[in-house]
Design a protein around this ligand. Sequence first.
Ligand code: PLP
Length: 402
Amino acid sequence: MKVAEERAPGAPAAEGFIPLCVPELRGNEWKYVKECLDTNWVSSVGTYVDRFEKSVADAVGARCAVATVNGTAALHVALLVAGVEPGDEVLVSTLTFIAPANAIRYVGAWPVFVDAEPRTWQMDPDRVVEFLETGCERRDGELRNRATGRRVRAILPVHILGHPVDMDPIIEAARRFGLAVVEDATESLGATYRGRPVGHLGDVACFSFNGNKILTTGGGGMIVTDREEWARRAKYLTTQAKDDPLEFVHGAVGFNYRLTNVLAAMGVAQMEQLESYVAAKRRIAERYRQAFARTPGISSFGEADWARSTFWMSTILVDREVYGVGSRDLLRLLEERGIQTRPLWEPIHRCRAHEGLCAGPVAVAEQLNRDALTLPCSVGLTEEQQCRVIDGILDAGARRRS
Ligand SMILES: Cc1ncc(COP(=O)(O)O)c(C=O)c1O
């Protein structure tokens, strides 16, 4: 029985099905959305767009925020305002959802993939520094990749799974080599790095509010930055580069990347609950950690001592040799019990869309892709549901070993 695959979009979940990660709408969402409908402010301007932008900017301590239709659009425009041009190269994590690499290609630039580091699974700062120091050279005042001859323009660290990247060495290297830092913080709203909010560590950062994120507007994104000029440019580019509010005069090729007031209204309501959602995610991760603390072959995704993770996703590593079951077999065994789990992404350097160019070895990302499994972790996951997931995992290992 393939419970997860048999569900048609929009169909009610099968009785007892435990999904991986679904939205939690228990605050003022209805009230604020209704207000938009009642007042006819349903389109891409309105007070909720402004309020949503302000609430995200305030949450990360940034001066400016620009709402976008989704996180991928936010990344596209963030790269443009950061000065990335066709033919440039951008260093990006290889172990992540594919959107940041796609955004790099949208601007005509090339991704250079960086491995994860084994402790936090995030972009490895040592690999970044090593590549910049030994794989690049200065030519005519510009940093160029020795192998390709292309200009290296930016670093795009992705804070995956709710945990921050170790940013200080990356920012230090970016300053030393004159590169922009564009944070992909789409998965980590609410996390902190050495006490500083994720999304306020580089030059510009992006968030996503798609359906599986810690907060959702159904679909949506945000660009945040302290640089007012960059924010103005981002607003301009995301609203069709309109030079005159009345006449149809356009000064550049812009995009229709605006977020509607209706969705922003949802966003405002969701932002009001951010802290309680982070607390719920952290509780769920802690319960898994305790449950598997003495299970040979299962280790939980943790938290560096300099980080406060949101544990947007609760992920385990399954050591097939020790546990007796590999991650994909475990996925199928849990699926038979109506429990949805997911592996981590195929490292992007291996995807046909982007294969190639890496800054050094990428063995850690390969191993994490093979062994990791993300477990149900919706904000609304009940203790009883979580016990079913835990029992399912413990049973699978016990049966194989006996
Ligand atoms: C790391 C990462 N970057 C970018 C995105 C793109 O966000 P969106 O789906 O809102 O376009 C996502 C999620 O979907 C993501 O997980």
